[in-house]
Design a protein around this ligand. Structure first.
Ligand code: FES
Length: 140
């Protein structure tokens, strides 16, 4: 089992789900913890298991990350930065690299969340979710 720390470029993305919640509806799954770093920035901690992608781990936790193509490596909306623990994740493919180049603000540590399959093992992973507010797409 992996522990995944998630930083948010846009703090609103952390609260995305809750804002849409309606008191009369059933509660969404809520499998994440929120903590605050020394700079006063909130981050989330979730669990991830082998064979799941980071995108899946995020969705299962109840947090939000766009995935407009349905997680088949055909868009850039699940773009994340992986700062720590890249050795626990399947290596980037040429196809993924092509899409990552078209993402907003690609960096060396850029990956597509849906292609980050967790390998067998356990440890700490740290990622950042880029600002999601500019992404047009379905809200799932
Ligand atoms: S969801 Fe489209 S590439 Fe990941």
């Amino acid at each position: 089992m992996y522990t995944i720390k998630i930083n948010f470029e846009n703090p609103d993305d952390l609260h995305h789900h809750h804002d849409e919640e309606d008191d009369h509806h059933e509660e969404h799954e809520h499998n994440f913890e929120v903590a605050t770093d020394e700079q006063g920035k909130e981050y989330a901690i979730i669990k991830g298991q082998a064979d799941h992608s980071i995108l899946e781990s995020i969705i299962l936790s109840g947090l939000h990350l766009h995935h407009n193509c349905g997680a088949v490596c055909a868009c850039t909306t699940c773009h994340i930065y992986v700062h720590k623990g890249e050795d626990y994740i399947e290596e980037i493919s040429d196809r993924e690299e092509d899409y990552v180049d078209r993402a907003i603000n690609p960096r060396l540590e850029s990956r597509l969340g849906c292609q980050c399959i967790l390998l067998e093992g356990s440890g700490d992973i740290e990622i950042t979710i880029p600002d999601q507010s500019g992404i047009i797409g379905h809200e799932h």
